[in-house]
Design a protein around this ligand. Structure first.
Ligand code: SF4
Ligand code: SF4
Length: 205
């Protein structure tokens, strides 16, 4: 039998003194170190529903569904963490930098894959003329806040931001069969309807 090398002997002595390096998970809880990339989690306060995380997700495990029939209409974002590769791109590219983050939660095994979901819902704003999705209310308010006084160049942002302050209330009745025109300027409009109202006002087309 060969004699053990000195280095191995040293390791053996250290192991006896320090105790075992292995952990007893799952029989005992274990806390992952800071910076560990575990289950992604949305923040209700900081997510604005922009959908950038779904765009950048390399495994396409973030589903984005706009439910315009719901009352109020909502955007649903769902991270299927059974297909997540925990790359952290969603957190890295989040518009607000705080809307989603990877927690240190790693014990995610489950029998039902449909339960492996992290979800968030955000209220949608629809165009008052054609009903198209303009964006999530929180997203539009976030943009308005950053623009400050410059938001007064955009009636949609003004109406939403001033509505939050209680300066605007209710919706003006509108004949749904009438095509958009100048009288629709002070309404919440999608880019397409906004363009039509502006072109009609300037060139009458
Ligand atoms: S705010 Fe961040 S977490 Fe929320 S939808 Fe946008 S990118 Fe995703
Ligand atoms: S960590 Fe990566 S794979 Fe998982 S949801 Fe975020 S972007 Fe997608």
């Amino acid at each position: 039998m060969k004699k053990p090398k000195l280095r191995e002997l040293g390791e053996a002595v250290k192991a006896v003194v320090r105790g075992p390096a292995t952990i007893k998970f799952p029989f005992e809880p274990y806390e992952a170190p800071e910076g560990f990339r575990g289950k992604p989690k949305y923040s209700e306060d900081d997510c604005i529903g922009c959908g950038a995380c779904a765009e950048v997700c390399p495994s396409q495990c973030i589903a984005l569904v706009d439910d315009t029939e719901a009352k109020p209409p909502v955007r649903r974002l769902a991270i299927h963490f059974d297909a997540c590769i925990y790359c952290g791109q969603c957190e890295l590219n989040c518009t607000t930098e705080k809307g989603v983050h990877l927690t240190t939660e790693y014990d995610l095994a489950c029998f039902d894959r449909t339960a492996c979901l992290e979800t968030i819902e955000k209220e949608l704003v629809l165009c008052e003329v054609c009903g198209a999705v303009v964006g999530c209310r929180d997203h539009l308010l976030w943009v308005a806040e950053r623009l400050g006084a410059k938001r007064y160049a955009n009636p949609t942002l003004v109406l939403l931001a001033d509505g939050e302050l209680g300066l605007v209330s209710g919706e003006l009745h509108r004949d749904p069969d009438r095509p958009p025109d100048r009288s629709d300027t002070m309404r919440v409009l999608c880019p397409k309807c906004r363009r039509i109202t502006v072109l009609r006002e300037i060139w009458g087309v």
